[in-house]
Design a protein around this ligand. Structure first.
Ligand SMILES: [Zn+2]
Length: 155
């Protein structure tokens, strides 16, 4: 299960709407434990896939390093990435799967005609040949995670 704060889900939606009809992308940060992931921060990234920015989300190695650095500076885990699908369902594409990394959570937001629609969360299967959908719960407050102390997450 992936739990994301309402205000952060709103930020992803606003990012997706402001980039429409191009894709937006960014990173999700927080804590993981007990089979759950708490998203407590998000950070916008540029989409550097020049040829087809409407359809192709891709994080470059340089951006990946930057993402890890941001997470370390905030004392959070890099939990994964988000991106929008303009006028396309919130289902990862073959391109998304081929460029996905194991373990990370991929949040996909459908933006239809400039309006934010369905938001979903995915993780690669162990064999990496398909994405498995994870339950995405939008909440006002984050839950305590098993094995994670009270210091988890920022105020
Ligand atoms: Zn995609």
């Amino acid at each position: 299960m992936v739990i994301i704060l309402k205000e952060l889900a709103d930020r992803i939606e606003n990012h997706g709407k402001s980039c429409y009809p191009e894709e937006c992308c960014g990173i999700i940060l927080g804590k993981s434990g007990g089979g759950k992931r708490n998203v407590s921060d998000v950070c916008e990234f540029q989409n550097h896939q020049e040829e087809n920015r409407r359809r192709r989300f891709f994080v470059t190695p340089r951006e990946y390093m930057r993402a890890e650095r941001i997470a370390a500076e905030k004392g959070l885990e890099l939990l994964g990435f988000y991106h929008s699908h303009p006028d396309h369902p919130a289902i990862p594409s073959e391109f998304d799967r081929e460029h996905a990394l194991p373990w990370f959570t991929y949040i996909v937001l459908a933006v239809e005609g400039g309006e934010a629609k369905v938001m979903t969360a995915w993780e690669l299967s162990d064999s990496r040949d398909k994405f498995l959908e994870r339950h995405l719960s939008v909440e006002q407050n984050l839950r305590d995670l098993t094995g994670v102390g009270k210091k988890a997450g920022p105020v």
